[in-house]
Design a protein around this ligand. Sequence first.
Ligand SMILES: [Ca+2]
Ligand SMILES: [Ca+2]
Length: 240
Amino acid sequence: MSGYRMKLLAAICCATAFLGVGCSKKEPASGQGKPAPSAQSDLVPIPLTLPKPMFVGTPTNFEGITDIEPPLGKARPPFLAPKGVKNVALGKPVTSSTPDPIIGRLSMITDGDKEATDASLVELDPFLQHVTIDLQEPHQIYAIVVWHYHKQPRVYFDVIAQVADDPDFITNVRTLFNNDRDNSAGLGVGTDKHYTETNEGKLIDAKGVIARYVRLYSRGNNANDQNHYLEVEVYGRPIP
Ligand SMILES: [Ca+2]
Ligand SMILES: [Ca+2]
């Protein structure tokens, strides 16, 4: 090829490149070549809203109760989960070992109202009782937040949170929290700490577990033998 022809080819190549056709080296398509966002940057705080606080500070002097979680002394840090995770328990059906509560109705446990008013309170029978929320399909669960009672500071006993694939808790049962230190509930010795009820509720890290049913146990509290619920929230998403 003569020098003239080579120059001509080069000129054509540059012209077509100018027109956006390109000769050899193509521009990357839109979005290509950019670094992929890391999984970490997809995590956002769960859309948790808190009810009004009813007392200031977190007392720790509950006589005779050992292993109480020390107060954080500041607001709980935001809990991070993938975008789109929301309270999938809202409005979902609730069953219980106390089918007919002493105060309130079981549906109030997932009605979105978690204020510490008498009108918001559900009181179950005394001693060991449980409530079960049916998410109606399997979900990937990141956090469970439970408010038993926060009008005054209280400690509830034998707080156990489990998830399962069936409403009778026979298939694929997993325990996410258990502070039943002496195994009086018979579900195994718990190693989690007692905690004081506040308006922040108790947040249990569910670590992305997949389940349809969520069950919470308790066996009275430091003030009486009754079991109470204001609200249970389950932060999750349908299985991707
Ligand atoms: Ca409620
Ligand atoms: Ca116990």
